[in-house]
Design a binder for this molecule. Structure first.
Ligand SMILES: O=C(O)/C=C/C(=O)CC(=O)C(=O)O
Ligand code: MG
Length: 216
């Protein structure tokens, strides 16, 4: 099973992302915690891996970084009880939910979809597949991100508003999840701009780290 899930970028059909899922982020933005997870989709064409560069989309003048814990779904599932979610977790990835923030702000202001601002090519840099056993306590694991060596995001998944099981159970009530799909579970406070020529380094505790450059 694990060998197959290492090919999640090829076998997965979708990336389902949760937003505003960290207490520190909603507090910093002065917004109430959502009553249910807020979801959006990213296409799997957004994936890149180390050695590839994040390309700033044409017309974007404000690109934001967001480090996130990604969950790789083990097998097809729907209507999964929170208590049963663990058996559908195949493993994890460290991910960046890159956001064309000016496009995103315009979409929010005009009640337009977020698909372009969140789904452009190279908007989902990911680590290699992380075996489940390597993240024994995914409920409390450190996520961090540096830009040109300066720490920008550094928090624990313990700050999530909705836990990984709660998020996956909620999604599965409405959207069937399939083998290799990735659920991005939100970003902690500290997301911010990154520009042409800068280098980002991100990590999941000392389990995995990855580096990506940003280019026009
Ligand atoms: O501006 C907002 O309300 C939300 C911004 C986001 O990008 C949400 C996420 O993607 C996140 O919280 O991870
Ligand atoms: Mg995000």
């Amino acid at each position: 099973m694990t060998e197959r899930l290492k090919q999640f970028k090829e076998i997965g059909k979708k990336i389902v992302a949760v937003c505003r899922n960290y207490k520190g982020l909603t507090a910093a933005q002065g917004i109430p915690n959502p009553k249910t997870p807020s979801l959006f989709a990213k296409p799997t064409t957004a994936y890149i891996t180390e050695g590839q560069s994040i390309r700033i989309p044409e017309g974007c003048n404000l690109l934001y970084h967001e480090v996130e814990l990604g969950v790789v779904i083990k097998q097809k599932c729907s209507n999964v009880a929170v208590s049963d979610v663990d058996e559908y977790i195949g493993g994890f990835v460290l991910a960046l939910d890159m956001t064309a923030k000016d496009f995103h702000n315009e979409a929010k202001a005009n009640s337009r979809p977020w698909f372009l601002s969140k789904g452009f090519d190279t908007s989902c840099p990911v680590s290699d597949f992380i075996e489940k056993e390597k993240v024994p306590n995914y409920r409390d694991v450190r996520l961090w991100l540096k830009v040109d060596g300066a720490m920008k995001q550094d928090d624990s998944t313990a700050d999530m508003i909705f836990s990984v099981p709660e998020v996956i159970s909620y999604i599965s009530k409405y959207i069937t999840l399939e083998e290799g799909d990735v659920v991005l579970t939100g970003t902690p406070d500290g997301q911010g701009p990154v520009t042409d020529g800068q280098i980002m380094e991100a990590g999941l505790a000392d389990i995995v780290s990855m580096k990506f450059s940003v280019t026009k």
